[in-house]
Structures are given as C-alpha cells and as structure tokens.
Write a protein that binds this ligand. Structure first.
Ligand code: 5GP
Ligand code: ZN
Length: 114
C-alpha cells in the first residue's frame, strides 16, 4: 500500500533499525521506545489490523508469532520475560494502520498497562 508508512519501511523508502527478517515478517526497533527493548513485528503483506486476520493469511500470522519466539531468544529476553501487545482501531490506540505487534522487554512491566 503506497501511503502506508510500514509498507515504506518494508521496501526501504523509510529507514529502520532491522532486528529480524524472513520471507513473511519484518521486525524493527520502535522509534519511540517504551522499554529498553521495544520491537515492532509486522507482516510484509499489508494487513490493516487484527480485524483482517482470516484463514487466507493464517500462515503469515503464525509466522509473526514464530518470529516472536525467535526474537526473544535473539535478544535474551526469553528467560526474563517480555510483553507482546497489539492495538486495534481508534479506541485500541492504533496509530499506524498496518498490523503490528509490539514486543516490550528489558524492564519490569506494570500490569494493567494503563
Ligand atoms: P500503534 O500506536 O499504532 O500501536 O503503534 C505504532 C508505533 O509505531 C508507535 O509505537 C510509534 O512509535 C511507531 N512508529 C511510528 N512511525 C514510525 C517510524 O517511522 N519508524 C519506527 N521505527 N517506528 C515508528
Ligand atoms: Zn502497509
């Protein structure tokens, strides 16, 4: 999608600090980190948000979560723990309309998040 900033990050038009990539997934550091580790994990295909998850893109969605486990090991937070967050739609706090999972770690995270 041409106007989408995360599609632009995937195709390299907007620079990003890559953490992980495979054929279906791209992961990079959040511009405004809320924790020492704050990674955004996104599908390479444009999916707007969790409302668009279906049987047809199920393999992409499973790849996103497989990459969570890989990144956790890579960044050494698999033992200490981390949080995976998705914001969907206006009241859910979604500001970028390309599906993304936030992966937060490296400090004690409060719950509920507020
Ligand atoms: P949302 O609020 O939609 O769940 O999260 C969007 C996230 O994208 C925010 O945490 C914001 O800091 C991050 N973000 C927005 N624009 C950019 C960008 O151009 N580069 C990077 N690395 N992160 C971005
Ligand atoms: Zn997009």
């Amino acid at each position: 999608m041409e106007s989408c900033i995360f599609c632009k990050i995937i195709n390299g038009d907007i620079p990003s600090e890559k953490v992980y990539e495979d054929d279906k997934v791209y992961a990079f550091k959040d511009l405004n980190p809320e924790a020492p580790i704050h990674i955004l994990i996104i599908p390479k295909t444009h999916i707007t948000n969790t409302n668009e998850i279906n049987e047809e893109n199920a393999s992409v969605i499973s790849s996103l979560f497989i990459s969570v486990a890989k990144i956790a090991k890579m960044l050494n937070v698999d033992e200490s723990g981390y949080r995976v967050v998705n914001n969907c739609g206006k009241q859910g706090g979604q500001t970028v309309e390309h599906l993304h999972f936030h992966m937060l770690g490296g400090r004690d995270l409060t719950w509920p998040p507020g």
